[in-house]
Design a protein around this ligand. Structure first.
Ligand code: FAD
Length: 392
């Protein structure tokens, strides 16, 4: 394994860093204060990200993507870790699920504008009674001639109110359910019978609206099915891993920024006649932060490298998810401690980051579920880290 960063990726990171500094950082406060990321602003920023070549990097080049792999995306995500989550989509254009499983028509209609920053997509899996247990979703899609009629409720659909398309998982066969009875549909915003009923207030991640949605006799054509009928959970399972790499990259960037802030503060903040950085308790926290970041970087790069080699990384992805999210919470906690009272004020970004990063242990599959998967793989399938590339 060679994790040396190519000149090309170094250059890309610099472009992304400048974009974050010039376009994202100045807008953070406004998005945070208003809990609003207007669609016009999203489109304008996405266009700039497309123009400078940092958008949809891992998406197929023939549909306007960068044609690169996950490692490239991790590199750029690190830079986006230096701003609020609301701006994360600015390097995450496209949609891997549509790229892999979409029909030619769907790719032309949706993937191209998704890669160009002209459209946004949201994920409608979670429901009031189905969170970790995705197989228990209640939303149904009944075949009616050339159409399907969708009925049900979703919640926690991030950016469901601004997305142009929602990927909606629904039961198409009540007997088979998780075993070939759940299907994914691409539902366009504005389709009759589909409505956003509530925007949920959240602790952090301001500007990224979490939406509750209702589907009431919502009629969609059969062509809106993504992948084969009944394969909704399978295609979900085969594509979520790349999101873990991206969030791992973000976590590295956020933690590194916090460490830099702590280094600077610990060197200038004087108490009892000395900079606090000369105290061993503070040094210990700084050293642990650095070790945590180093370990996360190695884990995430290794994961991205394996993914780009075409290896099965499902088991690895659960370990990466647990590690980066818990690392981030540890680092944010230490950063606040090192900054003392000012870290708790809204004058520093630390309190925002502290609130924002807590989400990572919940969203994208809770850490309890990831630990369950890791342990099950080891106990029942005899999979260990060493033989992971054999895992199929
Ligand atoms: C800000 C935010 C953004 C989100 N974005 C999206 C999105 O865009 N699209 C989408 O579809 N979903 C989204 N989600 C939903 C997210 O994926 C779920 O919140 C998550 O999967 C957990 O489901 P739940 O909240 O229903 O918790 P539950 O599944 O009810 O879990 C509650 C607790 O029980 C634990 N638990 C559950 N089952 C087990 C078990 N078998 N063993 C041990 N412990 C268990 C969990 O780990 C957790 O601690 C988002 C959530 C948030 C908060």
């Amino acid at each position: 394994m060679d994790f040396a960063i190519s000149e090309e990726y170094r250059a890309l990171k610099k472009v992304a860093r400048r974009f974050v500094q010039e376009e994202c950082n100045p807008r953070e406060e406004e998005v945070e204060r208003n809990n609003e990321f207007p669609k016009e602003m999203m489109k304008e920023m996405a266009k700039k990200a497309v123009d400078i070549g940092i958008y949809a990097l891992d998406q197929p080049a023939e549909y306007g993507g960068g044609g690169e792999g996950l490692m490239c995306r991790v590199m750029v995500a690190e830079e986006f870790g230096r701003t609020t989550d609301a701006f994360d989509f600015l390097h995450a254009g496209g949609d891997t699920m549509i790229a892999r499983y979409g029909s030619d028509e769907q790719k032309e209609k949706y993937l191209r504008p998704l890669c160009n920053g002209e459209m946004f997509v949201a994920i409608g899996m979670t429901e009031p009674d189905a969170g970790s247990d995705v197989a228990s979703i209640q939303t149904t899609a009944e075949k009616d001639g050339d159409n399907y009629i969708i009925n049900g409720n979703k919640r926690f659909t991030t950016l469901g109110d601004v997305a142009d398309i929602i990927k909606v998982w629904a039961v198409t066969d009540k007997v088979k359910r998780a075993k070939g009875g759940i299907t994914c549909f691409l539902v366009e915003a504005g389709t009759q019978g589909f409505s956003v009923t509530k925007v949920q207030e959240t602790m952090g991640n301001k500007g990224m609206h979490q939406c509750e949605e209702t589907f009431e006799n919502c009629v969609v054509p059969s062509e809106s099915m993504l992948g084969p009928e009944g394969e909704g959970l399978t295609i979900f399972g085969k594509t979520y891993a790349e999101g873990r790499g991206r969030h791992g990259g973000r976590a590295i960037g956020t933690a590194e920024m916090l460490l830099e802030m702590c280094r600077d503060y610990a060197n200038i903040r004087v108490q009892f006649g000395k900079p606090i950085g000369e105290r061993q308790f503070i040094q210990g926290m700084i050293a642990d932060m650095a070790i945590d970041i180093y370990a996360t970087r190695m884990l995430t790069y290794n994961f991205a490298w394996k993914y780009d080699q075409g290896m099965d990384v499902r088991h690895d992805s659960s370990m990466v998810k647990v590690f980066f999210s818990e690392m981030l919470c540890r680092v944010a906690d230490s950063a606040m401690q090192i900054h003392g009272g000012v870290g708790y004020t809204t004058e520093f970004p630390i309190e925002r980051i502290y609130r924002d990063v807590r989400l990572r242990r919940i969203a994208g599959g809770t850490n309890e579920i990831q630990r369950y998967i890791i342990a099950r793989n080891i106990l029942r399938k005899n999979i260990s880290v060493g033989e992971i590339s054999e895992y199929a």
